[in-house]
Write a protein that binds this ligand. Structure first.
Ligand SMILES: Cc1cc2nc3c(=O)[nH]c(=O)nc-3n(C[C@H](O)[C@H](O)[C@H](O)COP(=O)(O)OP(=O)(O)OC[C@H]3O[C@@H](n4cnc5c(N)ncnc54)[C@H](O)[C@@H]3O)c2cc1C
Length: 410
């Protein structure tokens, strides 16, 4: 189990930095197994929960390497932002996936073929090994995620919706945008008519012969059909700075989507109290594996402790199992506070939870904020990745200090 702290994320970034250019470019596609992950950074669980931010990762890389040399790595970081921006402008795609999960969960989990897949007993050696690895480590290499999803959809003929949910249950870096949209991409739903078919030859090459699934994978398949993409609505632009109407007695609310309150806009502010929402209050909480739940809880606790030290005030977490809106209202009243600031969560469970709080009248004013990275880049994600990259990459490279603090890795 990896340590869910910012300190560990920063240490891992520091350790990876020398490999972020040439080494990464040459090795990133090879999955040599859990014992040798030097080809990739392994930073995704930290970035997903914003224990470390995209901007500090990018800036640290650019400080050590010429941007041209590290382009391959910076592009991958941009992919993450692209998917987030794409989904933020098309929340219906997320809602449609959740609806499909509900429908497909009615009958598929009882079927033997489904049970064998999630238990890693399909008889396809590589697939079964990846199921085991995913459950044991909470991580799979990017290339393996593609092969896995492809085998799930086209060889095992299982519903993509439940494959995406299976990943969210077990990945420590489970991220609604990267995950849902990557599964859709493999299925051929994201880029219309274009799907990803895993081949035995490719798996053998990029696992350096660890797996040779000759003759057991679907060799032909057609892309799945789905409705056209809904029109892109540019994401609502929350301010980078808190409004003057905030007053001077407010709390800082932490959600699992942004656990770096000491960095960025909020870092400069003076909240009277730190509050955090319990992971158990998420609608999907009972879908997460024990490992994922523990990671999320530890990450939140780490952020609370850092926030206490940074802001010099106490923190408290709403009781698990409480009615979060009612409990927040009472707690704020008891502390003589009536406003909260927070980084607006992304499409997904934390946003749904904060949405429930902010639409109930519990005598609390909500002031959502966003990081310049999201506010400036997301609205450019409405079209394809190459269009996005053309805008985003130069921004990221040139705009040192614009997206976050200048020197971040200490
Ligand atoms: C079917 C499928 C499901 C996926 N589900 C998730 C998920 O739930 N959460 C998640 O964070 N990523 C997901 N990815 C993307 C990618 O596989 C992971 O981000 C990556 O493997 C994380 O490992 P790393 O940090 O070592 O990556 P590195 O190769 O070191 O990349 C550095 C960072 O760039 C970003 N990144 C790299 N590759 C991608 C990519 N293809 N798409 C988006 N961002 C990328 C990540 O933030 C990553 O930490 C999925 C990909 C596929 C094909």
């Amino acid at each position: 189990m990896i340590e869910a702290t910012r300190a560990k994320g920063l240490a891992q970034l520091e350790e990876f930095l020398p490999r972020a250019a040439d080494y990464y470019q040459k090795n990133r596609n090879y999955d040599l197994g859990p014992e040798d992950r030097r080809g990739v950074s392994g930073l995704s669980p930290y970035i997903t929960h914003r224990l470390i931010t995209e901007s500090e990762v990018a800036e640290a890389v650019i400080e050590q390497h010429r941007p041209k040399d590290a382009e391959s790595f910076l592009q991958e970081v941009c992919w993450r932002t692209y998917w987030k921006g794409w989904l933020e402008g098309r929340p219906l795609v997320y809602q449609a996936w959740r609806r499909l999960v509900k429908e497909d969960s009615r009958h598929w989990p009882q079927r033997e073929d489904f049970r064998k897949a999630v238990e890693g007993k399909t008889g396809i050696t590589c697939f079964d090994a990846w199921v085991e690895e995913l459950k044991a480590t909470g991580y799979l290499h990017n290339h393996t995620r593609m092969w896995f999803a492809s085998i799930w959809i086209f060889t095992l003929k299982l519903p993509w919706s439940l494959g995406a949910q299976f990943f969210m249950q077990h990945l420590l870096d489970g991220d609604v945008a990267s995950n849902t949209l990557s599964w859709r991409w493999v299925a051929g739903l994201q880029t219309k008519g274009k799907h990803y078919l895993a081949t035995a030859k490719n798996i053998e090459k990029f696992t350096k012969g660890r797996f040779r699934p000759e003759g057991v994978l679907a060799e032909q398949a057609t892309a799945l059909n789905g409705p056209p993409h809904p029109p892109y609505k540019s994401p609502i632009s929350f301010p980078f700075q808190a409004s003057e109407q905030l007053g001077d007695k407010y709390a800082l609310l932490l959600t699992g989507d942004d656990l770096c309150p000491e960095i960025g806009v909020t870092g400069e502010m003076k909240p009277e109290r730190i509050l955090s929402l319990p992971v158990d209050a998420l609608q999907e909480a009972d879908e997460f594996s024990k490992k994922v739940l523990t990671f999320k809880k530890e990450a939140l606790a780490d952020a609370r402790h850092r926030a206490e030290a940074h802001f010099g005030c106490s923190s408290e977490q709403l009781e698990p199992g409480c009615d979060p809106a009612g409990a927040l209202g009472e707690l704020m009243k008891a502390r003589g506070l009536n406003a909260v600031i927070y980084y607006e969560p992304f499409i997904g469970p934390w946003k749904d939870l904060v949405g429930q709080l902010s639409t109930r009248d519990v005598g609390v004013k909500f002031f959502p904020l966003r990081r310049p990275w999201d506010g400036l880049l997301h609205p450019h994600a409405g079209k394809g990745y190459f269009h996005f990259k053309k805008y985003a990459l130069p921004q990221v490279v040139r705009a040192r200090g614009r997206f976050g603090p200048k020197k971040v890795v200490t």
